[in-house]
Design a protein around this ligand. Structure first.
Ligand code: ADP
Ligand code: MG
Length: 657
């Protein structure tokens, strides 16, 4: 039976526009069970012919029947299956993977066994024993001699029980003793039924063969059978036939598992590089997490202070005007009295409450302790307007405002400073040497930025004005409007009324400062939003830079491992195998960086909250976003190098230097 039939095969290499014909019209049949040696001068085309025979390269013209089937129509993936199942290779350079033990190198072709064609694979340890390396199973290639390495390579070629072995100058790098051993092994393999085709330029070795083919300038010049193929060998050969694959599926569980093992191994073997690229992603992800936590925290803070302000609020302050470009202090035009607040409430429709407000600083004393704090004088409806009902006790009444009662409501900071853990309700404190009874305590608000909102004492408006601060005028008024959509209209009415009441010239009407608190808060909140977008995009850029770093490293890794890719393809890996292997490698890097980065980023935001006192909040969204991004970066930036690796022609990759 003819296992190989070549008819008019030619091969031309193209170097740019230049055509370099290397093989011319080669016709050749090889029977199963033969041991063929191809000889010829260097450059005569021996390796080129062997690569065509071994399905590592494609001819420019002519037909090739392997075991009766024309292989010119087969897809790359199907060729890979044929190489994996039926062909073994032995190269001059051994081509073992340097970071794997002898045993792992031998087992490599098993990974790429396609499940639709059943192949009984051999045990790699038994094979190593068969080539005389039983005691070198765990040795790495650099711990073996040249002859031993070549024997490992032969064991690898045998692991899937091939019908054909192609050997290109297998002894070219070996001393004469090792050469003899290798040739003996090949002869034994031939006796066991394997067809062997070997290229050599050493005439001494030709004696091992049953047939010698001589090449010169790309053409066969002689073809002699020295000994007829052993009848015994032929009988054994007939039991094995080549089953041609039909669209074999390449993805299965044990391959995917192997991609991960390979990826981890590649990462482990280049620890520094892996750590650096993980670091790139880690920094990007953790800054994304921390920055988003900061942004979300700031926004939450603003939301809280908006809701604590109460709704539909206008803040009215006495006008200031600018005089010759110099802006005068508030109150330079006119000043307001509690009476103005009354007038506004009575004369303007659609107003729910009007509060009047003064403030100043003063010394408070109790239990022999003292503190300097803010003293606020307000009307009785302040808690309702400002959403600040005391958590303990009560607020003062309008009655107490009118009678200038000496009662006080304290903020938590003041309570802590003067009373510690004691309850202050019902006790007396001295403010500016006047005794006040504590009737209430505010709920703790927490600091907002520069100011501690809990560091204050509220007393009735009149008490503050006439007893404590000595003010005849109020600082501001809070107007609570019934309907939000009438805020602008009512602002106008307030200005008009105050202008009339204070007999201001019309030109100074607009100096009366009426502010819509909701607008102010909205402005602040949109500022914080812009701020958090800014933080987010900075973090995103750093993530992108990390991704580019990954791509760079993957590109290096691909070009560094081009020969490995060539070897994997030669022993049966198809394009997808290579693509997945490299993509999984970069996804593993990015995922590791992502997970550690998330933990790190969360840690940073907790530290920011604890040490700097900033409010931060790590949201689930930011965690998912960061994780998703890091995996995506792995995919996106891994695809290009991985594709580059996958598309390499096996023989080009093997020859890469
Ligand atoms: P040998 O008989 O020494 O094994 P080869 O088959 O390797 O010879 O090479 C035959 C000729 O083809 C040489 O002249 C070589 O320069 C050329 N050649 C081999 N591979 C390539 C290639 N990939 N591109 C261009 N020329 C090539
Ligand atoms: Mg050669």
């Amino acid at each position: 039976m003819n296992i190989i039939e070549l008819a008019d095969i030619s091969k031309t290499y193209y170097m740019g526009a230049m055509a370099l014909p290397v093989l011319h019209d080669i016709s050749l049949t090889i029977e199963a069970g033969e041991f063929v040696v191809i000889m010829g001068h260097s450059g005569s085309g021996k390796s080129t012919l062997l690569h065509l025979l071994g399905l590592l390269d494609k001819p420019t013209g002519g037909t090739y029947h392997l075991s009766g089937r024309d292989i010119s129509g087969l897809a790359d993936d199907d060729l890979a299956v044929l190489r994996n199942h039926f062909i073994g290779y032995v190269f001059q350079q051994f081509n073992l993977l340097p970071r794997m033990s002898a045993k792992e190198n031998v087992a490599l072709p098993k990974i790429y066994v396609a499940d639709k064609i059943s192949t009984v694979t051999a045990d790699e340890i038994a094979l190593l024993a068969r080539v005389g390396l039983a005691d070198r199973v765990m040795h790495k290639p650099n711990e073996l001699s040249g002859g031993q390495q070549q024997r490992v390579a032969i064991a690898r070629a045998l692991v899937n029980h091939p019908l054909l072995i192609f050997a290109d100058e297998p002894t070219g790098n070996l001393d004469s003793k090792s050469t003899a051993e290798i040739i003996k092994i090949l002869q034994e393999l031939n006796k066991s039924g394997i067809t062997i085709i070997m290229v050599t330029h050493e005439p001494d070795l030709a004696g091992a063969a049953s047939r010698i083919i001589k090449l010169q300038d790309g053409a066969i010049i002689s073809d002699t059978k020295t000994t007829p193929t052993d009848a015994n060998t032929r009988a054994k050969t007939d039991t094995g036939t080549i089953t041609h694959p039909n669209a074999v599926s390449v993805l299965n569980i044990h391959r995917v598992k192997d991609y991960f093992v390979q990826a981890l191994r590649a990462l482990m073997s280049n620890k520094t590089r892996s750590i650096l690229s993980i670091l790139g992603v880690l920094i990007g992800v953790s800054s994304l997490i921390a920055m988003m936590a900061l942004g979300t925290g700031a926004q939450e803070q603003v939301k809280k202070s908006i809701s604590s302000l109460g709704s539909n609020l206008l803040m009215v302050r006495a006008g200031s005007h600018s005089h010759g470009g110099v802006s005068m202090e508030s109150g330079a035009v006119t000043r307001f009295t509690p009476q103005d607040a009354e007038e506004i409430r009575e004369r303007i429709a659609g107003i729910e409450r009007v509060g009047a407000y003064v403030s100043g600083r003063g010394q408070a004393l109790a239990n022999g302790k003292n503190c300097n704090t803010m003293i606020e004088g307000t009307t009785a409806d302040y808690p309702l307007i400002r959403n600040a009902v005391p958590a303990q006790g009560r607020f003062f009444t309008s009655q107490e405002v009118t009678t200038r009662a000496k009662v006080a409501v304290l903020g938590m900071t003041v309570v802590k400073n003067l009373f510690g853990a004691e309850t202050p309700l019902g006790q007396y404190i001295k403010i500016k040497r006047i005794d006040f009874k504590v009737i209430g305590v505010y709920k703790e608000k927490g600091s907002s930025g520069w100011r501690d909102e809990d560091d204050k004492i509220s007393v009735p408006l009149n008490t503050a004005m006439y007893r404590l601060l000595g003010k005849e005028y109020i600082d501001s008024m809070d107007v609570q409007v019934a309907q939000a959509d009438r805020m602008d209209e009512i602002s106008d009415q307030i200005r008009n009324l105050l202008t009339t009441l204070h007999r201001l010239p019309l030109s100074q009407r607009d100096t009366i400062d009426v502010r819509n608190m909701a607008d102010i808060q909205e402005a602040i909140s949109s500022t914080t939003k812009a701020f958090s977008y800014l933080l987010g995009s900075i973090a995103f850029i750093s993530l992108l830079v990390g991704g580019i770093g990954i791509m760079n490293i993957m590109l290096v890794s691909v070009s560094e491992r081009t020969r490995e890719i060539g070897l994997r393809k030669a022993i049966g890996a198809n394009n997808k195998d290579i693509l997945f292997q490299f993509m999984i490698e970069s996804v593993v890097i990015c995922t590791l960086g992502g997970v550690i980065g998330i933990l790190f980023g969360a840690g940073i935001s907790v530290l920011l909250a604890k040490l700097a006192g900033w409010s931060t909040q790590v949201s689930l969204f930011s965690v998912l976003l960061a994780f998703g991004f890091s995996v995506m970066i792995g995919l996106v930036f891994g695809i290009w190098p991985a594709r580059k690796a996958a598309q390499l022609n096996p023989i080009d990759a093997l020859r890469y230097e």
